[in-house]
Design a protein around this ligand. Structure first.
Ligand SMILES: Nc1ncnc2c1ncn2[C@@H]1O[C@H](COP(=O)(O)OP(=O)(O)OP(=O)(O)O)[C@@H](O)[C@H]1O
Ligand SMILES: [Mg+2]
Length: 439
């Protein structure tokens, strides 16, 4: 039995996957009011591509999913705004993937999204008194969606405005079936019909984890190639997400001039929202008597050490709970919980520090200690602040620290002054160890 169910939870409260575009995802989402408003405004206005930058695990994908979902709910509940439909899957650029494969995958998932959400509405979720018009009516009446029997077929809009079902059979469910076929064109045409008016919305699609391609130059080239086939097609609302620095090089590409918004920069979650992260997970996943061996204060102090990086915080909280479950301990009072957590955290921090210590030289430690004072990351071109004569002199130490897993960097070839180097969660733990050892 999963130990969390023994503690009164229906699922692990510390799952590290991105929050979904669902009611549950929105209940779990806390804080970030400013970013939510900015993202919603960008998605709602016109057709420019939205971009988001932030370190791994900070909450970029969750932000897009939840904002898109809430905007969708707002529209279908008759509270205004454009019709934004979250895509059921996020996409990634992959150096080895053929362009046609990605395009086929996108069209397939977009079709699934149009069908999935329409089925949800047909199952009675359209609020009383809402008479669909505009994009909503065009979507629900679109020949793409005919669910008389609950099954879905694809329909081709005809000159007369009616729909002709086409026999797509199993091919509809495979990427292969979408590649080079007329289905892609059908979906594209359907999107064009539903979202004919500028600003009427679209399916919110995410190109995620752009940093996997390493340099902003590599990302820019791929994005340029996808420009006409995917990124500027009416009915898509694209969001590009990546680590700091990686999106900026794409935004400044001449071939994409003016097509992208400047990146929304997402930092660690604000301190005042941290308590809500734990309480929302307790209320969504736990029964009334659910037990956790970690209290709010310690959860918040862990968030503080990890600078609000929620993936790292949730992962560590989960590690701690597993450790407690395996050790057979069951602290009950706040003080016992706190003592046990502190003992575990001390050991973890020590472990991370010991493993880094053997890999990092004295000079590199100097660079690291400076790097942690730069909260939002730093640019390699700020070498003088690190006491180096030029960028080349600083770089090997940054590389050493990257190898030790304490820093992470991307390359923005266009603007070398961009803050492309940041401290990793492991780095923040090691920094905590160094601070403690100096006390
Ligand atoms: N605003 C939030 N409120 C509560 N939990 C959140 C919030 N944002 C993110 N999370 C949680 O933090 C974790 C990381 O979020 P997410 O996957 O969205 O980050 P990311 O920046 O997209 O990561 P990556 O760079 O790896 O793609 C997830 O477990 C998610 O549930
Ligand atoms: Mg993500």
């Amino acid at each position: 039995m999963n130990f969390y169910s023994g503690w009164g939870f229906r699922e692990s409260p510390f799952q590290v996957s991105a929050l979904a575009a669902t009611d549950e995802g929105s209940r779990l989402f806390v804080g970030r009011l400013d970013s939510r408003q900015k993202l919603e405004m960008r998605l709602a206005s016109g057709d420019r591509i939205v971009t988001i930058e932030g370190v791994n695990g900070v909450g970029k994908t969750s932000l897009v999913n939840v904002v898109a979902y809430l905007a969708y709910k707002k529209h279908v509940d008759g509270r205004g705004g454009p019709l934004l439909i979250p895509c059921v899957k996020a996409f990634q650029l992959d150096a080895d993937k053929e362009k046609s494969e990605l395009v086929a995958e996108v069209y397939q998932e977009v079709a699934q999204s149009l069908i999935h959400y329409a089925e949800g509405l047909r199952a009675g979720k359209l609020a009383d008194g809402i008479k669909p018009d505009g994009a909503l009516a065009k979507w629900l009446n679109s020949p793409l969606i005919s669910s008389r029997t609950g099954s879905v077929s694809l329909g081709l809009p005809t000159m007369g405005g009616g729909g002709v079902g086409i026999g797509v059979g199993g091919s509809f469910n495979t990427t292969e079936g979408f590649r080079g076929s007329g289905i892609q064109k059908l979906i594209k045409d359907t999107l064009g019909v539903i979202f004919a008016e500028a600003g009427s919305g679209g399916v919110v699609c995410v190109l995620d984890n752009l940093e996997l391609l390493q340099t902003s130059d590599a990302v820019r080239k791929q994005v340029e190639v996808l420009r006409d086939e995917l990124l500027t097609v009416p009915g898509f609302r694209w969001v590009l997400c990546g680590a700091p620095g990686i999106v900026h090089g794409v935004v400044s590409s001449p071939r994409l001039q003016g097509m992208l918004y400047d990146p929304l920069e997402i930092a660690g979650i604000e301190l005042k929202s941290l308590e809500d992260v734990l309480s929302s997970r307790l209320s969504v996943f736990g029964q009334s008597q659910a037990y956790l061996p970690i209290g709010t204060m310690d959860f918040v102090s862990l968030c503080d050490i990890l600078k609000g990086n929620l993936r790292a915080v949730l992962g560590m909280a989960d590690d701690y709970c597993l450790w407690v479950a395996e050790s057979g301990e069951r602290p009950v009072t706040d003080i016992d919980k706190s003592n046990l957590f502190k003992q575990w955290l001390d050991d973890e921090i020590e472990k991370y520090f010991k493993s880094a210590e053997s890999e990092v030289t004295q000079t590199a430690w100097g660079v690291f200690d400076k790097a942690v004072t730069k909260d939002g990351g730093f640019s390699p071109s700020s070498f003088a602040e690190f006491g180096f004569k030029n960028l080349q002199a600083l770089r090997p130490y940054v590389k050493d620290l990257e190898r030790a897993g304490l820093l992470v960097s991307t390359t923005d070839e266009i603007d070398k002054r961009r803050k492309t180097v940041s401290v990793t969660p492991k780095g923040w733990l090691v920094s905590e160890a160094r601070i403690r050892s100096q006390k």
